[in-house]
Structures are given as structure tokens and as C-alpha cells.
Design a protein around this ligand. Structure first.
Ligand code: C5P
Length: 225
């Protein structure tokens, strides 16, 4: 039995991708499965926290004892998170939020021009930037302890350090390994103002639930320090 390291604490967490519609049948999304975020929500609930999970479109069961709010888009995720954040002790942003959304959503399906002599031209979509949810929470006067994630294809630690500054958060968790999407295992590196710590210490990939339990224990230590 795990000690209740987060008893009496309220934790808000985002997970999964977001889906940004182009028209009623198409959209922009990414390859986040939501597994790390759901594992963290489960581990935090096991540790005694009251957990609210704001989830993008994923195919995962809600962990036992976790309150779940389903959203599709980055704007909906922002709207679900911002008014709730200050009432929480911890905010963990694991969601792979789409950086951009189509500037306009077409009410009807965009059709190909099938007439034989029509000039062949593909539609061009204008994109507009989505709000940075983590940075917005970290800028609240009454902010919770904020944890961000970083998935990069190169220079992970450098980018994680950059995110600490840019988003104004005390901890960024880097996904090590090039292909963590959809997998059940992962290896992490915790980056804070003092340095880096690998989790697990040997850097070998481990299942996401045991990593999540260790990360929750680490966050609990930081919260009580
Ligand atoms: O550099 P990047 O913006 O991708 O940083 C990733 C971190 O920021 C993750 O914790 C992610 O959940 C969070 N994020 C966010 N809102 C965005 C983009 C990223 O909360 N619009």
C-alpha cells in the first residue's frame, strides 16, 4: 500500500491531444495517447489527492476516483482549466495541446471540385495560435504548483530549461526516448532550477504507471518542502 502522500491536496491535470476542427469531418490533431497523463491522474488519486482530469479526445478509461472533464479543442481545454486552477494545489500539464488551430471552422464539409476541366488547386488553411494553458495558469496570482511536460525530437534538456523560463514553472518533465507516443513505457528527466534527475535513475524505459507513482512522490516532496 502506497503512503497517502497527497492526502487533502487538490490536483488538476490535462491529458491527451486536442482536436482542432477544419470542417465537420476533418481536423488537426497529434499523436498523444494520453497514457502518461491518465497514469499520473491514477497515481495521484491513489496517493490521496482529489483529482480533476481535463482530457482531450482519447480512448482510455477514467481512473478510479478521478473526476473527468472531456474537451476537444485547445480553447475548450483553456476554458475548463483556467477558472478551476486557483482552487487547486497542483497543476500538471501533460496534454499535447495543438499549437495552432484553423482560423475559421467551415460549417459544411469542404468539397473537392470534381469537374474534369477545373484547375487543380488544393485549399490553403490559415492557422491562428492557441493560448498557452500552462503559461496562463503559471501567471495566476493564486497559482498552484505547476508542472509542465516536454516532448522534443532533439536537445531535450536545453528545451526543457527554456520552457522553465518561458512558462514560469518550477518543474518540467522531459520525455526521453524518441517514440513514447502510445507506448506503455517511458523514461523521464526532471528539470528544475537546480539541475536534472533521471527517472528511473538508470534511464531505462519503465511502465508509465510506476513512473507516474514516482513522479507523484517527487511532486509531493516538492510541495511539502
Ligand atoms: O513548448 P510547449 O509549448 O510544447 O510546452 C509543452 C508544455 O506546455 C506541456 O506541459 C503542455 O501541456 C503545455 N502546453 C499548454 N498549452 C499550450 C501548449 C503547451 O498547456 N498551448
Amino acid at each position: 500500500v502506497q503512503p497517502k502522500l497527497l492526502a487533502g491536496k487538490r490536483l488538476l491535470i490535462t491529458a491527451g491531444p486536442t482536436f482542432e476542427p477544419i470542417d465537420p469531418v476533418r481536423g488537426i490533431t497529434n499523436r498523444s495517447s494520453g497514457k502518461m497523463g491518465f497514469a499520473l491522474a491514477r497515481a495521484a488519486a491513489e496517493a490521496g489527492a482529489e483529482v480533476t482530469l481535463v482530457a482531450g479526445p482519447v480512448h482510455l478509461a477514467t481512473p478510479h476516483g478521478v473526476r473527468r472533464i472531456d474537451v476537444q479543442t485547445a480553447l475548450q481545454m483553456h476554458e475548463a482549466v483556467l477558472p478551476r486552477a486557483a482552487a487547486h494545489d497542483i497543476f500538471i500539464a501533460t496534454a499535447a495541446v495543438a499549437d495552432w488551430r484553423p482560423a475559421t471552422m467551415n460549417e459544411h464539409k469542404i468539397k473537392k471540385d470534381k469537374s474534369p476541366d477545373a484547375p487543380k488547386s488544393a485549399p490553403v488553411f490559415e492557422l491562428t495560435e492557441n493560448p498557452d494553458i500552462l503559461a496562463a495558469v503559471a501567471a495566476l496570482p493564486d497559482k498552484p504548483f505547476c508542472v509542465g511536460f516536454a516532448a522534443e525530437s532533439q536537445d531535450l534538456i536545453k528545451h526543457a530549461r527554456d520552457k522553465l523560463q518561458r512558462k514560469g514553472v518550477p518543474l518540467i518533465v522531459g520525455n526521453l526516448g524518441p517514440a513514447t507516443f502510445g507506448r506503455d513505457d517511458n523514461a523521464l528527466v526532471l528539470v528544475d532550477a537546480d539541475g536534472e534527475r533521471h527517472l528511473p535513475a538508470d534511464g531505462q524505459a519503465r511502465d508509465k504507471l510506476s513512473l507516474a507513482r514516482e513522479l507523484v512522490a517527487d511532486i509531493a516532496r516538492r510541495l511539502h518542502a
